[in-house]
Write a protein of this length. Structure first.
Length: 183
């Protein structure tokens, strides 16, 4: 049985070789289209991509699959799909690429933790394992040494150093329904 997911998330970028392309996920597939939305083509199928991220350092597209509990990547044309992590995940939803230091940061709302792996899927480090309640979106500020995430369970946006230390609330008292799922 195939479930219909209604997620539509867009990622745009202007890497020299890929200027003018838009990548997005819908239902179980990842699509690539011209910047005006024309010529949309499924490039990766049956992955249930929840969050897309582009890494200019290796010219790859990365995503988390909440449904299949995986972190995967492919070339920008959809070839060479690789599973980087498929164990120890419960419900991954957020993803951010640190191309400077070679890491992938991700949130797992099923286990209430934020972790990091190397770009090749090795070296998992659980950065924050307590005090979280439904962590979702994640964003990086590598230049200043921080990552940010939304925490739906505590109605807050929080920040920590890239190594997971010094986490603080940035914004509190928000209505969970107004929190961005993706930063």
């Amino acid at each position: 049985m195939r479930f219909l997911l209604t997620f539509v998330f867009v990622l745009c970028f202007s890497a020299p070789a890929q200027a003018g392309l838009v990548f997005y996920s819908s239902d179980f597939d990842i699509f690539r289209a011209d910047e005006d939305g024309q010529n949309g083509t499924a490039i990766v199928t049956d992955v249930a991509a929840r969050h897309l991220a582009y890494n200019p350092a290796d010219d790859k597209l990365y995503w988390v699959s909440e449904f299949y509990t995986k972190i995967q990547r492919s070339n920008l044309d959809g070839t060479d799909v690789e599973t980087l992590l498929d164990t120890g995940l419960s419900q991954p939803v957020g993803l951010a690429i640190d191309s400077v230091n070679g890491h992938i940061y991700f949130s797992d709302l099923g286990s209430d933790r934020i972790s990091r792996i190397n770009l090749d899927g090795t070296g998992r480090v659980d950065l924050i394992t307590s005090g979280l309640s439904v962590p979702r979106g994640i964003a990086l500020d590598v230049a200043n040494g921080h990552f940010y995430w939304t925490d739906e369970g505590t109605d807050s946006i929080r920040r920590a150093d890239l190594d997971g230390t010094n986490h603080v609330n940035i914004v509190t008292g928000l209505d969970a329904s107004s929190l961005p799922i993706f930063l």
